[in-house]
Design a protein around this ligand. Structure first.
Ligand code: NDP
Length: 318
């Protein structure tokens, strides 16, 4: 039973986060009559809210804008009775059952089961022009947005496996790819580096940093400085990709849930179960590998089914 407007509230299933994973978990859980309560976090819709066209999500043959797609997800979750609320989970206590989650530092939710779908955030360079042109030529996902720049010149920042993989991906679509690397070497695996260095239309700019992304409405170039020589060069490009890593949104779970060295939640392979019984993780918060809307949605479905089984077994024990 839920009680609104009290500082402590008991719910059957709590979903934290409202991206493709959270909404899909909500759709399945609501249809299974688990009466899910969802807290959306600071950016309802998640990373897709800063994406423009989405053309690789099945079911949308003409493509769809990221925010509009998330609106569809939300409506579908609401249609089956998900209680969607704006609020941020600020701390958790998973040491006892029911699990305790504090919302906005004041409201306590006691939940029989919790699905965590708080996602990950792309890391950005932090320069003003990058933020201004985000979604208008600046992107943190080559697989999502590379297609829009086919036949054009683009740049990508980063030197890890993601940047290397995305640079080679972009090289297949684009005329020219500048890879902006801040040191004189790459962090990427040798095999990936080899691939980058042997792709004729990738030019690696070593020891380089981006001073500014140029453009008014859309990207028209980038100003890049060679840190060793001090030389500043203007690249004429239409797309500017940032691939300097992602940060899973897991700060509040530190010390409570098992995570890897980068902070991604660890789940039992083939399931969404965390190390705590009744706590499940889905979407990018537990996936540093695929990171697609469709894979996040798939794991949200898995989390709802895992939670349903857990709650069913719990009822039988009572
Ligand atoms: P990483 O943390 O491995 O690499 C980040 C890269 O971005 C580094 O080269 C770093 O430079 C650079 N960087 C960080 N901040 C800045 C900045 N402000 N300006 C310029 N450059 C910056 O992240 P990835 O996303 O590449 O990879 C994450 C994990 O996922 C890794 O373990 C990786 O191996 C794995 N992965 C594996 C894949 C595969 O096996 N197919 C594919 C993709 C990822 P510097 O080196 O100087 O610190």
């Amino acid at each position: 039973m839920t009680t609104e407007n009290t500082s402590t509230e008991k719910v059957e299933l709590l979903i934290i986060g409202a991206g493709p994973a959270g909404y899909t978990a909500a759709i399945y859980a609501a249809r299974a009559d688990l009466k899910p309560v969802m807290y959306t976090g600071i950016q309802p819709g998640g990373q897709l809210m800063i994406t423009t066209d989405v053309e690789n999500y099945p079911g949308y043959p003409d493509g769809i804008m990221g925010p509009e797609m998330m609106e569809h997800f939300r409506k579908q979750a609401e249609r089956f009775g998900t209680d969607i609320r704006f609020g941020v989970a600020t701390s958790v206590d998973f040491s006892r059952h029911p699990h305790k989650v504090i919302i906005d530092e004041e409201h306590t939710i006691l939940a029989d089961a919790v699905i965590i779908s708080t996602g990950a955030s792309a890391k950005w360079l932090g320069i003003e022009s990058e933020q201004k042109l985000n979604g208008h030529g600046v992107s943190a996902c080559a697989v999502c947005d590379g297609f829009f720049f086919r036949g054009q010149d683009v740049a990508i920042v980063g030197a890890g496996d993601t940047a290397a993989e995305e640079a080679t991906y972009l090289a297949k679509l684009c005329k020219k790819v500048y890879m902006i690397v801040r040191r004189g070497e790459m962090r990427a695996s040798k095999a990936m580096q080899h691939r980058v260095l042997n792709t004729p239309n990738i030019e690696v700019l070593w020891n380089s940093e981006t001073l500014e992304v140029l453009g008014d409405q859309t990207v028209t170039g980038a100003k890049v400085k060679n840190i060793e020589t001090g030389e500043v060069r203007e690249l004429a490009i239409e797309g500017f990709f940032v691939a300097i890593g992602h940060q899973p949104n897991t700060d509040i779970f530190k010390g409570q849930l098992d995570m890897d060295e980068q902070g991604y939640l660890i789940t039992v392979p083939g399931t969404t179960k965390t190390n705590i019984s009744g706590v499940f993780a889905s979407g990018d918060v537990q996936d540093k590998n695929y990171r697609q809307a469709v894979t996040a949605a798939g794991s949200g479905c898995m989390a709802a089914l895992d939670a349903e089984r857990f709650l069913g077994a719990m009822m039988h024990k009572v």
